[in-house]
Design a protein around this ligand. Structure first.
Ligand SMILES: Nc1nc2c(c(=O)[nH]1)N[C@H]1C(S)=C(S)[C@@H](COP(=O)(O)OP(=O)(O)OC[C@H]3O[C@@H](n4cnc5c(=O)[nH]c(N)nc54)[C@H](O)[C@@H]3O)O[C@H]1N2
Ligand SMILES: Nc1nc2c(c(=O)[nH]1)N[C@H]1C(S)=C(S)[C@@H](COP(=O)(O)OP(=O)(O)OC[C@H]3O[C@@H](n4cnc5c(=O)[nH]c(N)nc54)[C@H](O)[C@@H]3O)O[C@H]1N2
Ligand code: SF4
Ligand SMILES: [Mo]
Length: 876
């Protein structure tokens, strides 16, 4: 079955929930080469820009390789004894609910299993929650309400076999690029119709037949209208409805809703309903525009209601498909990583499930009630109820709503442990004990992707000395807390076998998640485990769920959930007139601790920004590339303006990626109030309210530097570049001596200085050298600096003082910002090819420059460049 070379190791990409297979080849210098696995069912050899750049992120310079206690290096023995002792003492004194774990959908299943077992079975509390609360909780709640379990009925192949794909709150082109490419290829083949429902016109809209720029939060009334239309056209599947309950109530609620709140025209709504009604094979894909909402679970059920009513579920090319964000978001749900789940889709509040799991684990105690969900958990930390906290593989100091309060809560917690691969994160900086984990590429385990396929992550590199896999750290703490035999694991394979055996009990209860067929894997079988879609048991192997009309409520019937429109929690008004939407950019992963190491990935969008409609920018006097002060009822940020009509008037969008390490004034979650969905507990990350004003900087700067600078000024944002780092800066204070200021900003006391300073025009250009080598250069102006940034960012260290011109020498082409991250092709190179070679199609550009021929996620941007420059007559 293998097309891999013998020196290649199969593994899985550690980023998004598509779960692409990769082939890794270690080199002689501790590095890797990476290519897509032709045999993996998720990607069939494709990789996106982030997967392709993995090799650039496995260096060791940023790694933490020894535990730290109060910022001092310690031995593992000291650190683990301290963790075990402090947790045990806290539990003895204040009870099991005084401690908590906050974990991650990026943990491997084996890590997750041990964390969950330790907290729920042995500590005896359900205070373990995960960043999946910020991500998938509404889907979990919606699935459970409708189906009785958290079951994803469809597979990726269904996307390719559908005649209509509806993407709701999903920027698939940027966030699940390989899946998007599969969809676009199928569309070329069979003419799949594509509808995108998103308040923004994203890159995903570029290939859509219909883009519905829905009002933020208004998905429920749209799908309610659809349900009514389906019924009125006689499309309710009467035979299938016998497998369901509550149709009439859901329909009655649907008829009550007014679709006018969607902000869409009657014509647009009719077009959408017509397409849906007239196409049997429809797949509805949904993601964070649905989940991250105070009506997230209701949005999910509004979508599921339409599929259930028409029986369009669990069939080839036909059904609802929630795409998961993190590589193991699904695995975490399966393993019971959420505070309101048990393990293997069993329920914490079901005494039979509880007893069965307790017996299986020989657990001394099992919690009878759900634990604290993420937002409540950090609130309880802040209020002093949680006195010992362990944060693993996530960066809540940046990614939680009201992040400033979360940081204050963590700082005030009597004992905080953080497991990470680096100490350079906002959360790690707050730890009492910091534990160095082995990273992707160095460890063994499994992950489950969006279509229930379990894949192996395998080690291709030796773990740096001093690091340990997350499961091993957790198990050792379990042993030191007194459960010697219960946490006596020697390998990930051993954990997986136990977990698979436990899932057999779930199967006996009639639940969906049963992989007991894998419980007898030998170590060798586990080492060789090929991608496998669950369930894997005597009764069923892989495939789709629900086509037989059997669901997982006790009566085997699905439930319709009557849902009605609720507007987002925060109200816009005169004080906060703008709706703030947040999300992701193509080439960065969350808080950038890994993608932020790659110059290639950082070249696409090198700064935190806010997208503002031209009319709003005009009204507020915000110019292109100006800085904007953004204020919400709970916090503020400074962001670069991107003036664009991809956002609607009155709405703005900002990415979530920037942190205290990379742009401290741009932490977007400092602005997001922690309003949560009452059913799922998921926070509303996409519908805050803000006001905007130009940020009155006295000076603006652009800098390049060999070392990672952490300047102190009102605004700075830093990314790596080929030379080292590049940064944008701005300040409000008057600077009398720019040479001294530059030495201070870069922390280079004894560098030699070369400068051009013109105080009258507010211009300063300073280059700092050490031993004749360029260490740093700073370009300052009274307005946003105009220099050849991309050229300067690639300057070699031996550049001379002529860098101060800030211009590209005449004989050197300036490629401009990277557009195609896979092949490193810049905007200027592409524009030049369009103009001089008259290349007016994306494919022609690809043939000439390779741009857009790999992951394809830059194709919409290339198309936009062509559109702008194509002569009129060639437009047809
Ligand atoms: N490049 C990249 N890819 C990633 C990640 C990353 O960090 N970077 N992270 C991964 C993770 S963990 C996740 S969860 C996924 C997220 O993947 P997506 O959910 O696709 O990404 P987001 O950008 O968070 O949000 C999707 C869209 O929802 C829209 N939206 C906002 N409000 C509404 C609304 O009320 N209704 C509707 N219909 N739409 C709305 C936004 O405008 C946005 O375009 O991406 C995964 N993939
Ligand atoms: N405003 C706003 N906020 C959001 C979102 C949004 O759309 N808008 N999206 C939300 C969503 S969907 C998500 S999923 C979250 C993501 O937010 P986070 O989970 O906080 O973000 P990451 O940067 O992925 O954090 C992962 C951490 O794990 C560390 N790490 C990497 N490898 C390992 C390892 O092997 N072991 C250990 N122990 N640590 C490791 C990394 O260095 C990093 O510090 O953000 C949420 N926050
Ligand atoms: S689509 Fe990209 S980020 Fe997602 S798993 Fe595949 S290669 Fe990794
Ligand atoms: Mo996520």
């Amino acid at each position: 079955m293998t097309a891999s070379r013998t020196d290649e190791i199969r593994s899985t990409c550690p980023y998004c929930g598509v779960g692409c297979g990769v082939l890794l080849r270690p080199d002689a210098h501790g590095g890797l080469s990476v290519r897509g696995d032709p045999d993996h069912p998720a990607n069939h050899a494709r990789l996106c820009s982030k997967g392709l750049a993995l090799a650039e992120t496995v260096g060791l310079s940023h790694r933490l390789t020894a535990p730290q206690i109060e910022k001092q290096s310690s031995t593992w023995d000291e650190a683990l004894s301290l963790v075990a002792r402090r947790f045990s003492e806290t539990i003895a004194e204040h009870g099991p609910d005084s401690v908590a774990f906050y974990v991650s959908g990026q943990l491997l299943t084996e890590d997750y299993y041990i964390a969950n077992k330790l907290m729920k079975g042995f500590i005896g509390s359900a205070n373990i929650d995960t960043n999946s609360r910020l991500c998938m909780a509404s889907t979990v709640a919606g699935h459970k309400r409708a189906f009785g379990t958290d079951t994803v009925p469809q597979t990726y192949e269904d996307l390719e076999e559908a005649d209509l794909v509806v993407l709701v709150g999903s920027n698939l082109a940027w966030c699940h690029p390989v899946l998007y490419q599969r969809l676009i290829h199928a569309r070329k083949r069979r003419g799949t119709k594509l509808v995108v429902i998103d308040p923004r016109r994203t890159a995903t809209c570029d290939d859509a037949d219909l883009h519905l720029a829905i009002a933020p939060g208004a998905d429920v009334p749209l799908f309610n209208r659809l349900l009514a239309v389906l019924h009125d056209r006689g499309l309710a599947d009467k035979a299938f409805l016998r497998n369901t309950q509550g149709y009439e109530d859901a329909l009655a609620a649907a008829r009550q809703d007014d679709p006018a709140v969607t902000g869409l025209s009657e014509l647009q709504i009719a077009q959408f309903c017509d397409l849906w009604a007239s196409t049997e094979k429809v797949v509805t894909v949904f993601s964070q525009g649905v989940n991250q909402s105070t009506s997230g679970a209701d949005k999910v059920n509004a979508i599921l209601n339409c599929h259930l009513a028409t029986g369009r579920i669990g069939k080839r090319g036909c059904g609802p498909l929630s795409v998961t964000g993190q590589p193991n978001a699904m695995g975490g749900r399966e393993v019971g990583g959420l505070a309101n789940m048990l393990a293997c889709h069993m329920d914490i509040e079901n005494p039979r499930h509880r007893r069965a799991v307790g017996d299986f684990w020989s657990a001394p105690t099992m919690p009878a009630h759900a634990g604290l969900k993420a937002v409540d958990m950090f609130r309880a930390v802040g209020q002093g109820q949680i006195k010992a906290l362990w944060i693993i593989h996530t960066n809540p100091a940046v990614s939680m709503p009201d992040a400033a309060s979360v940081r204050a809560a963590i700082a005030s917690c009597p004992f905080t442990v953080v497991s990470d691969i680096t100490d350079a994160t906002d959360t790690a900086r707050l730890a009492d004990v910091l534990l160095p984990a082995s990273a992707w590429g160095e460890k063994e385990g499994t992950v489950t992707n969006s279509d229930r396929t379990i894949s192996r992550q395998r080690a291709a590199l030796p773990a740096p000395e001093g690091t340990r896999p997350d499961w091993a750290i957790l198990a050792e703490v379990g042993r030191r807390m007194g459960w010697e035999t219960e946490f006596d694991y020697g390998s990930a394979a051993e954990i997986f076998r136990e977990y698979a055996a436990l899932s057999g009990i779930a199967g006996e209860f009639g639940l969906d998640f049963d992989i007991s067929g894998l419980s007898g894997l030998s170590d060798l079988d586990y080492a060789d485990l090929a991608p496998t879609r669950w369930p894997v048991c005597r009764a069923k192997q892989g495939g789709r769920f629900f086509s037989d009309g059997r669901f997982f409520h006790t009566d085997h019937k699905a439930r319709f959930v009557p849902v009605s429109y609720r507007r987002p929690a925060a109200k816009t008004g005169p004080r906060y007139p703008f709706r703030l939407n947040t999300g992701r950019v193509r080439d960065q992963w969350h808080t950038m601790t890994r993608t932020g190491l790659s110059p290639r990935l950082s070249a696409h969008l090198a700064e935190p920004f806010i997208e503002i409609h031209p009319h709003d920018a005009d009204r507020l006097n915000i110019g292109p590339a100006g800085l904007v002060r953004v204020e919400s009822p709970i916090g503020q940020a400074i962001l670069r303006a991107r003036i664009t009509d991809t956002v609607q008037c009155g709405q703005v969008f900002a990415p979530m990626h920037w942190t205290g390490e990379t742009a401290p004034a741009a932490r977007i979650d400092d602005l997001i109030a922690p309003a949560c969905d009452p059913v799922s507990g998921q926070p509303e990350s996409k519908a805050s309210v803000v006001r905007l004003e130009p940020f009155a900087a006295k000076w603006y700067g652009f800098a390049v530097s060999a070392d990672p600078m952490q300047p102190s000024c009102d605004y700075w944002a830093r990314v790596p570049s080929r030379m080292g780092f590049r940064a944008e800066l701005a300040g409000t204070s008057d600077i009398a001596d720019w040479e001294a200021e530059a030495l201070r900003l870069f922390g280079l006391k004894d560098a030699s200085v070369s400068s051009i300073i013109d105080p009258a025009r507010g211009i300063a250009r300073i280059a700092l050298f050490k031993g004749g080598r360029l260490q740093a250069a700073l370009f300052v102006a009274a307005t946003p600096v105009a220099v050849a940034r991309d050229y300067l960012a690639t300057l070699p260290e031996y550049a001379g003082s002529d860098v101060l011109s800030g211009r590209v020498p005449v004989d050197v082409p300036d490629p401009g910002p990277n557009l195609c991250a896979c092949f490193g092709v810049g905007v200027n190179t592409i524009v030049d090819a369009i103009q001089t070679q008259h290349l007016y199609s994306v494919d022609a550009i690809g043939a000439a420059l390779l741009a857009g021929t790999n992951c394809g996620s830059c194709r919409p941007e290339i198309a936009a460049l062509i559109q702008m420059r194509r002569p009129q007559e060639a437009a047809e």
